[in-house]
Design a protein around this ligand. Structure first.
Ligand code: HEM
Ligand SMILES: *[C@@H]1O[C@H](CO)[C@@H](O)[C@H](O)[C@H]1NC(C)=O
Ligand SMILES: CC(=O)N[C@H]1CO[C@H](CO)[C@@H](O)[C@@H]1O
Length: 330
């Protein structure tokens, strides 16, 4: 935007605010804030309602944490954090191919139903994803960040809009993809630390195990022990539906910590992009720093990066809507 454009937008924003009073916001000029729902649901506290459900779910199934982390990433990277990922329908994001293994939809619906019963029409599905993800990360040992809220839900979900990076992406292209979302290289390296929990299907890395780039050999950047163990989980002629942990330190495959970075420095990254982070001159030093630091330092920096990712192209104020049910536009 030009400086005249900015001045114009600011001026219009001021006029709008002064006409409409403090209740309204001038479209996208409203920002997210910590505790947006505080005091808006009578005697109930929205974040506590969500927290209770996440906790109960987490103790039954800790894999809800990686499911939610990945869900927030996919939602935010495709047309902003507006819960468009949750929309049901033939050509929606939910059915775009890289998304097929995104999990946690039913859980978000469950949380939404609970929140609706306490305070109907108040809380967006996009905020439910953000709050629940923060809680799940905290339960997984990742530290508790001050999640921002005030998002509204989007109206559109089209499978064609999905251009998420694939696991074979070169670092330079990944940097560019994150830059398009306003995230820098450091943010990117921290966010890929999301791979400190969760799993990948063989399908996404099997090319590295047997005939890497038609060499007839495995990817030379992969530790041979790891090649052996991944081959046993992912036989050459299989459909690729088995899963393995993204963090190959088995003591911490469910813990949000910096061990993922230590693993990739040992050539034990499962996805090609993960391994490349430890090798590329643009990201190597950042990886080394995180790997050698204290796990709690990673926790707080990862939280900051999640907050930044959670603000990508959000709808606020009078934009978008508050869906009644997360899978359908009102
Ligand atoms: C260049 C960027 C990225 C690529 C290419 C990528 C790719 C992948 C792939 C291929 C999988 C395996 C999916 C499956 O087999 O079901 C995966 C899983 C996962 N990704 Fe990423 N990812 C990227 C960035 C991120 C970011 C930024 C986050 C979050 C901050 C994230 C969080 C996760 C999590 C938690 C899982 C495990 C999901 C589960 O266990 O259900 N990823 N990713
Ligand atoms: C990237 O962004 C973070 C957080 O906004 C900031 O602290 C950091 O200095 C930036 N790094 C670079 C290399 O620009
Ligand atoms: C194209 C693609 O990524 N498809 C995968 C999506 O997830 C399912 C279920 O995990 C895999 O079986 C597909 O191969």
């Amino acid at each position: 935007m030009t400086s005249t454009g900015t001045a114009m937008a600011l001026a219009l924003g001021l006029i709008f605010v002064s006409l409409a009073g403090r209740q309204s916001y001038a479209g996208s000029s409203a920002a997210l804030e910590v505790g947006f729902y505080k005091g808006k649901c009578g005697i109930f506290d929205v974040e506590s309602i969500v927290a209770g459900l996440v906790k109960a779910k987490f103790f039954k199934d800790p894999t809800i944490a990686p499911a939610l982390i990945r869900m927030q990433f996919h939602d935010c990277f495709v047309s902003g954090c507006d819960a468009s990922l949750l929309l049901n329908g033939g050509s929606s994001e939910r059915f775009a191919s890289p998304n097929l293994s995104v999990r946690g939809y039913e859980f978000i619906d469950e949380v939404k139903d609970a929140v609706e019963s306490f305070c109907p029409g108040l809380v967006s599905c996009a905020d439910i994803i953000a709050i629940a993800t923060r809680d799940a990360i905290s339960l997984s040992g990742g530290g508790r960040y001050r999640v921002e809220t005030g998002r509204r839900d989007g109206f559109e979900s089209l499978a064609e809009n999905v251009d998420l990076p694939g696991p074979q992406i070169p670092v330079s292209e990944s940097i560019a993809a994150f830059a398009r979302k306003g995230l820098n290289v450091t943010d990117m390296v921290y966010l890929l630390g999301g791979h400190t929990v969760g799993v990948a299907h063989c399908f996404f890395f099997q090319d590295r195990l047997y005939n890497f780039q038609n060499t007839g050999r495995p990817d030379p950047t992969m530790d041979l022990e790891l090649v052996r163990s991944l081959r046993s989980r992912c036989p050459q002629k299989s459909t690729g539906n088995n899963i393995v942990s993204l963090d190959q330190n088995f003591l911490s495959s469910f813990i949000v910590d910096n061990s993922f970075y230590q693993e990739i420095l040992r050539k034990r990254g499962v996805l090609q992009i993960d391994q490349r982070l430890a090798l590329d001159p643009r990201t190597r030093d950042i990886v080394t720093t995180i790997a050698s630091g204290r796990a709690s330092d990673f926790g707080s920096k990862f939280g900051e990066a999640m907050i930044k990712m959670g603000a990508i192209q959000v709808l606020t104020g009078t934009e978008g809507e508050i869906r009644k049910s997360c899978s359908v536009i009102n």
